[in-house]
Ligand binder design. Structure first.
Ligand SMILES: [Zn+2]
Length: 158
């Protein structure tokens, strides 16, 4: 998968095999569950989506965003993207909340500066791209990192 250095919005699909209780910066603690976490964000700055997704592929030694704390306990399963100069993360968060089975694991996660209840959703079963895509168009060619690629990512499952 090639992610281009263009602005856009993305969804990280993270698989979790941990039931640890983790600290998420100053936001609070979160009880992890086995299943899938979906995080919505936008990258409109220099390097665009390519730089941002590269950041999420690495594990942060100095966590900055809420997602950096969760990322250390999960594997990056796939990424959905849309190239667009418009910040669509809030719109995507609203739609993700409507997907069947969506739960909010921690209020205000990734949503300190907006009115969304959260930019992170939990699912027992992996959410499928097709139903979400009907509401929020995604890039098809570069949109999904095949599951096999995730073996190249750092594994920190506890
Ligand atoms: Zn928001």
């Amino acid at each position: 998968m090639v992610i281009e250095p263009k602005p856009g919005t993305y969804a990280l699909i993270l698989s979790c095999a941990s039931n640890a209780r983790i600290q998420v910066g100053r936001l609070g603690t979160m009880q992890l569950q086995r299943g899938y976490y979906v995080y919505l964000g936008s990258a409109l700055g220099p390097g665009g989506l390519r730089a941002r997704i590269a950041h999420h592929q690495e594990l942060s030694t100095r966590p900055h965003w809420h997602i950096d704390y969760l990322r250390a306990h999960t594997r990056l399963h796939s990424v959905w993207v849309r190239y667009d100069g418009r910040r669509r993360e809030h719109e995507w968060a609203r739609e993700m909340q409507k997907v069947k089975g969506a739960m909010i694991p921690l209020l205000r996660f990734g949503a300190s500066d907006c009115s969304c209840p959260s930019h992170l959703y939990f699912f027992k079963d992996r959410p499928r791209r097709t139903s979400f895509q009907a509401k929020c168009p995604l890039e098809v060619a570069a949109g999904e990192l095949p599951a096999e690629d995730s073996v190249f990512l750092p594994m920190q499952d506890v």
